[in-house]
Write a protein of this length. Sequence first.
Length: 200
Amino acid sequence: MKPCVAVLISGRGSNMEALVKAAQAPEFPAKIVLVLSNKPDAAGLEIARQLGITAEAVPAKPFGKDREAHERAIDARLQAAGVEIVCLAGYMRLLTPYLVGRWAGRMLNIHPSLLPAYPGLDTYARALAAGEQKHGCTVHLVTEGMDEGPIVAQAEVPILPGDTEDALAARVLVQEHLLYPAALAALAEKIRLPEAAPRP
């Protein structure tokens, strides 16, 4: 049985779209069953539906500042869908220890830098300002520290003379759309092994 996957988004979710399309291949070792967003107007929800995936919003606003209560509502939806792996794809909320703990070892995130360099925001501007010669993206397991979890996979692009943030971001995004499905496949294969520990 292929592990069931949910993708969490906040916007258009181009990485979500790349994951869904990759998972449509018969040989892909995981099945994407759900896309969730904290924003009801996230464009990616309709994209997911057009691709045949159940897509729903769990709006954060009704929960006010109680982030854990919002995450409990998300987790309930994940459990109901039989999800075994969660992929964050442009999900713009810092997670609490509750959700991170629930999905320890089973939650992936993609970040636009070669971690541990440039965690957080504005990675392209920071890399260009520092005069770096390369940049890229990282898929990592999610832990409580922001962008600090164990690295699963990385892809690298050169920084070219005269690069702008937009030009660099576009080149990195091409690599993200290749790297994230490969990293998900690797985790799914690992979870399918008999010795894999069950999720609490």
